[in-house]
Design a protein around this ligand. Structure first.
Ligand SMILES: Cc1ncc(COP(=O)(O)O)c(C=O)c1O
Length: 462
């Protein structure tokens, strides 16, 4: 029987949830054109769409909000955030921005030229989108184990460094604008990257003279997994591991909405006060605002300075990653195939295996998410082929390496009873899995289409 650690916090304030009927949910999903992003949150009971910006802030964070200094320039809250960042990451140059994709928007045009490529263990969707907006192309090279959901390899987010070297040789170093390590690797199932692997990637980047960028959205969980799973790391503190993870990169982007445990926020950091930092600042002022707030209110920076520290607390990280682990163990007990071992922020159900009758271009993971919503009001999302935009040249639908339905766990938000309800509901959907059909897209944008695309059932009716 799966076990779990009791939460290292208690509830001080509650947000009531609306319980809907099956008829209400059927109407709601039809009204949203079968896109879960189109649902009203009031029509959702357990919202596992994302862990991004959906966590619960602590009493200390809420109290700090009252201390926000809203000065346009030189805010006290900005300096507090800068001091905390310097302390945690060991770097000197940080720029607040309003969220992770804003960090990508102000950093990437300084590194990528049209016609170049960006190589990553796996680009997250907004990361890939911003690479393409620079006229460059994202190329992924995660280790093969990541593509086998049943493999228990502990670091499935690792970069395939042999492949990375081949790609650099194949394209030529001038064609590679940057190398990105995404920690944890969201698209591979929230899977961690080992310290040894990061250092090897850094050495390859340094030797080739290619800038190394860390997409640090879930750096704290990654550090926790290094401590738990990597040989020789068990006796180090999370903070020591974090300093080591960032020791060799040239820049990082950070969506603070995950491990910063705030509802909105982000950072860009550059190791040296170089031309790169000047380039970032040049883009921040017209896009995000003045340098000492970068799209954030003073109160947001206060909350982030505290959230960053709380997010690195070992008991919190043990409990949070423990929730994911519990959910994966319980689902596997029910015969529901998941990416294993459990990753950090979400469970990734293998929809290709659960719904083999639905081909990739009819989006099996989307079908699974729709059915779970109809069953129980639980909202997840497709991170398989539906998330991949068509090839800009041929218009063809790429096939994702894995068809995952992702169910995220917002930080400090849901209880163990909620997780048990998710297991029971997915088990019910599994019983009728063979009768489910696919979906086709009837309207979509060219880039990041999955947020707004409209779909309709294909060869079945709802
Ligand atoms: C790995 C990764 N990078 C970047 C982002 C983009 O961050 P944001 O949503 O704050 O723009 C996300 C968001 O989910 C992410 O998971």
């Amino acid at each position: 029987m799966a076990t779990y650690m009791p939460e290292p916090y208690r509830i001080k304030m509650v947000e009531p949830l609306r319980v809907t009927t099956k008829e209400e949910r059927d109407t709601a999903i039809r009204r949203s054109h079968f896109n879960l992003f189109g649902l009203k949150s009031d029509d959702v009971y357990i919202d596992m769409l994302t862990d991004s910006g959906t966590g619960a802030m602590s009493d200390r964070q809420w109290a700090a909000i009252m201390l926000g200094d809203e000065s346009y320039a030189g805010s006290r809250s900005y300096y507090k955030l800068m001091d905390t960042c310097g302390d945690l990451f060991g770097w000197s140059y940080f720029q607040p921005v309003h969220q992770g994709r804003a960090a990508e928007k102000v950093l990437f045009p300084n590194l990528l030229k049209p016609g170049q490529i960006s190589i990553s263990n796996m680009h997250f969707d907004t990361t890939a989108g911003h690479v393409m907006l620079c006229g460059a192309r994202p190329v992924n090279c995660v280790v093969a184990e990541a593509l086998d959901p049943s493999s228990l390899y502990p670091f499935k987010g690792n970069t395939d460094n042999a492949r990375l070297k081949e790609l650099i040789d194949q394209y030529g170093r001038d064609k590679v604008g940057m190398i990105v390590i995404t920690v944890t690797c969201n698209s591979a199932g929230g899977q961690p990257v080992s310290l040894a692997n990061m250092k090897e990637t850094a050495a390859i980047a340094r030797q080739a003279g290619i800038p190394l960028v860390i997409d640090a959205a879930r750096f704290a969980e990654n550090a926790f997994f290094i401590k738990e799973r990597e040989e020789g790391q068990a006796d180090r503190t999370i903070r020591e591991i974090v300093l080591d993870m960032f020791a060799e990169a040239d820049a990082f982007t950070f969506s603070a909405k995950k491990d910063g445990i705030v509802n909105m926020g982000g950072l860009v950091a550059v190791r040296d006060d170089s031309e790169l930092m000047a380039g970032v600042r040049r883009l921040v002022v017209p896009n995000e605002g003045f340098l000492s707030y970068g799209g954030l209110a003073g109160r947001d920076m206060e909350a982030l300075a505290i959230g960053l520290v709380e997010g690195l607390d070992e008991s919190f990280l043990r409990s949070y990653t423990g929730q994911t682990c519990y959910l994966v163990d319980r689902l596997v007990e029910e015969g529901i195939p998941c990416q294993q071992p459990a990753g950090g922020h979400a469970v990734f159900v293998d929809a290709r295996q659960l719904l083999p009758q639905i081909l990739y271009d009819l989006f099996p993971a989307q079908s699974l998410c729709i059915e779970l919503y109809r069953e129980a009001g639980i909202r997840g999302c497709d991170v398989g082929s539906f998330m991949l935009d068509p090839d800009p040249e041929t218009g063809e639908q790429p096939q994702a390496a894995m068809e995952f339905a992702r169910f995220c766990i917002p930080r400090r938000t849901y209880t163990q009873a909620h997780l048990d309800y998710v297991v029971a509901s997915l088990a019910k959907v599994k019983e009728r899995a063979s009768s489910l059909g696919g979906y086709r897209i009837v309207r979509a944008e060219k880039i990041l289409r999955h947020f707004t695309a409209r779909l309709e059932p294909w060869s079945h009716t709802l």
